[in-house]
Design a protein around this ligand. Structure first.
Ligand code: GCU
Length: 429
């Protein structure tokens, strides 16, 4: 009989591993031995389900891309809700002298009406005051604490039983990083998740899921979108606002996220081709890491601990990852030919750094087919050696976190692939 993980073991285990502490005695084994991963056949992104090879860009866009997208919608994340029938943006606060005059801070409320009910989402933008036209912007969820007048690391979400994170941990942007981003000419926007989907199995449905049919608690149904999909949908709504705002360049919007929000950034860019580029920092299982590799967090562990993140169908692959008809290199392929940055950290074995690299590598054939250039290497680079042109990757020394080193690379990437790109990468198709 298969050993089943108890939910609390798994949640505890995940948190402890992230904190870099040893396995608690008696917990289900998590594999960290590369020799035990074995050879896993990956689905070929350039082969149709019926075996036909995909030989040109038209075939990719018209036939194979929709086929892969559909697999992610039915087997992994769920069907995204539609664009709201009605949405109105209201600027509820604006401070033109934020960050010592460096930026304009704007709080926007988005009122959404669906068939019978509605809700309001809020997000906060900082735009550089030294701008000559619409600016490129980084957007993510909980990138900073929007309750505070200045970007501050938000109050970090904690797993039960884990040590308190350090203030700069957990991927939030503090004041110094925000100043850097704005001084470099980029805007910065962050949404809160609460109105979209609270991050809990009992309450996740009490956000926008209520607008699209859900009336009671319960894990997502077979193809029903889970919280990751609802959060990604929120990023698209922010993009709707950027299209309406004259001071943001909606063709140069970079989705960025750390850890669970890195998973979200990737799915947002896959489902919404208006995103110009995407950065997934330490996104791990359900993000950039290949699901079929048994290393670190697995489908069994993630669906046990966070059943509300994915569609119901994904749980059937717990312990049966070999049956998954799709894998995460194909999620990255859905983003092609747009620039993507995948990053791992040496001590973040829970997120499977090698699995993240391999997904980037195996997305490359699609980027090549679309003449977009790829990663430029075939083996995982040594720590602190960023690689790539359109697909970018680094393995950083240190722990699961979004650090200044990561931001050095992301700003250089954004300058090269988004800010100074002759044609905006977004809206390519
Ligand atoms: C948990 C989870 C990861 C996730 C992480 C985070 O550890 O297992 O998949 O990335 O939380 O978002 O911090």
């Amino acid at each position: 009989m298969k050993h089943r993980l108890r939910l609390q073991d798994v949640a505890l285990l995940g948190g402890l591993l992230i904190a870099g502490l040893p396995n608690p005695a008696g917990a289900a084994p998590v594999n960290y031995d590369e020799a035990k991963v074995g050879e896993i056949p990956l689905p070929d992104p350039l082969q149709m389900a019926d075996g036909q090879p995909v030989t040109n860009a038209a075939m990719w866009y018209q036939l194979r891309r929709p086929e892969i997208l559909r697999l992610f919608q039915t087997q992994v994340y769920g069907q995204p809700p539609p664009r709201p029938m009605v949405q109105n943006f209201r600027i509820v606060a604006e401070d033109r002298a934020a960050l010592n005059g460096l930026a304009t801070r704007r709080d926007v409320v988005l009122d959404i009406a669906a068939a019978t009910n509605g809700t309001a989402l809020t997000f906060t933008l900082f735009l550089p005051n030294r701008r000559t036209g619409p600016v490129p912007i980084f957007v993510g969820l909980h990138l900073f604490d929007t309750a505070h007048p200045h970007p501050q690391p938000a109050v970090a979400r904690r797993q039960p039983g884990t040590p308190a994170p350090t203030p700069e941990a957990n991927g939030r942007i503090g004041r110094a990083t925000a100043d850097r981003i704005l001084a470099r000419g980029y805007g910065l926007a962050s949404l809160n998740i609460e109105a979209l989907a609270p991050d809990s199995v009992t309450n996740y449905w009490q956000g926008v899921a209520r607008l699209y049919g859900r009336t009671q608690p319960g894990a997502p149904a077979a193809e029903e979108t889970g919280a990751l999909g609802l959060w990604a949908w929120g990023l698209s709504r922010a993009l709707d606002y950027f299209e309406a705002a004259s001071d943001v360049d909606a063709r140069r919007v970079i989705a960025l996220g750390h850890s669970r929000m890195g998973k979200v950034a990737l799915w947002a860019a896959a489902t919404d081709q208006r995103f110009a580029a995407v950065i997934a920092n330490d996104s791990g299982c359900g993000g950039a890491a290949l699901s079929k590799r048994n290393y670190g967090e697995t489908v069994a562990i993630i669906t046990g601990a966070f059943p509300h993140w994915f569609c119901g169908n994904f749980t059937q692959y717990a312990g049966h990852e070999d049956r998954l008809p799709v894998d995460q290199h194909e999620l990255l392929a859905l983003i092609a030919p747009r620039p993507v940055y995948i990053a791992s950290a040496v001590e973040d074995r829970w997120a499977d750094p090698r699995g993240e690299f391999l997904a980037a590598l195996h997305a490359e054939p699609v980027y090549r087919l679309l003449n977009a250039g790829g990663l430029g290497v075939t083996t995982q680079p040594a720590p602190d050696q960023p690689v790539g042109a359109t697909i970018n990757y680094h393995l950083r020394h240190g722990q699961h976190d979004l650090t200044d080193y990561d931001w050095d690379q992301y700003l250089a990437f954004a300058d090269r692939c988004v800010m100074s790109a002759a044609t905006a990468p977004g809206h390519s198709h």
